[in-house]
Design a protein around this ligand. Structure first.
Ligand code: PRP
Length: 217
């Protein structure tokens, strides 16, 4: 993402887009990045785990991440009528993006309830409207795909998705197959570079991690 201090493309002189460095540093201080042996939703072992759920306990950092998402949305001039967070971790982010941009939010449940309205998609909407999907960390993109499928079944449209972090394990290509553009604020490569600058690893370890994450699973 572009780092801009001063005038933005709309000529707002007081604008200050969130930089990748700013975002990385805030997450680093919050101990979002963990090195070790962890398992992902996909079942794959990962030597680096990114726990963005921690941001809900740091409101300023949560807002920073939401503003970074808004920067991408505005920079790329994404068009949409509703915002949906991929459950559960992205729900607080989606709520803030909805508030900052003043665009209505809908909520997709992981499972439909067996009582009440039994709806899978909550909120007020009209078929034909376009939904922007918001994610926290993306690995394969499967969670975005599942959410998009449920939303499309309701007669809503999905063209774009945005995430705070892309682990760069195939999501861009996978989502293209479902005709969903995927954009992110930070990538695994940028995070590994940041961890090198913090003395947490060297170039060789970065190379090993990237090779490990690129293996089929
Ligand atoms: O791109 P993918 O391969 O789908 O992986 C990314 C998803 O995994 C995590 O959610 P998780 O399933 O752990 O659920 P949670 O959000 O409820 O914690 C994360 O918050 C994303 O939604």
């Amino acid at each position: 993402m572009a780092v801009v201090n001063g005038n933005d493309k709309n000529g707002h002189s007081d604008s200050c887009l969130i930089s990748e460095h700013q975002l990385f540093s805030a997450f680093y201080d919050l101990e979002v990045f963990r090195l070790g042996e962890f398992y992902l939703k996909s079942g794959q072992m990962t030597p680096i785990y990114i726990d963005l759920r921690r941001v809900i306990s740091a409101p300023r950092i949560l807002r920073l991440a939401a503003r970074a998402l808004c920067d991408i949305i505005e920079e790329r001039e994404l068009q949409f009528d509703y915002i949906v967070g991929v459950p559960y971790a992205a729900l607080p982010l989606a709520t803030l993006v909805s508030d900052i941009l003043d665009v209505p939010m809908l909520m997709k449940r992981k499972e439909a309830k067996s009582y009440g309205t039994k709806k899978l998609i909550e909120g007020v909407y009209s078929a034909g409207g376009t939904v922007l999907l918001v994610e926290d960390v993306v690995t394969t993109g499967d969670s975005i795909r599942e959410t998009a499928e449920a939303i499309r079944k309701e007669g809503l449209l999905v063209a774009d998705s945005v995430a705070v972090l892309d682990r760069q394990q195939g999501a861009v290509q996978n989502l293209q197959q479902d005709k969903i553009q995927f954009l992110s604020c930070l990538t695994m490569e940028k995070i590994l570079n940041g961890l090198i600058s913090k003395g947490q690893m060297n170039e060789q370890r970065k190379k090993e991690i990237i090779e490990h994450l690129a293996k089929p699973f």
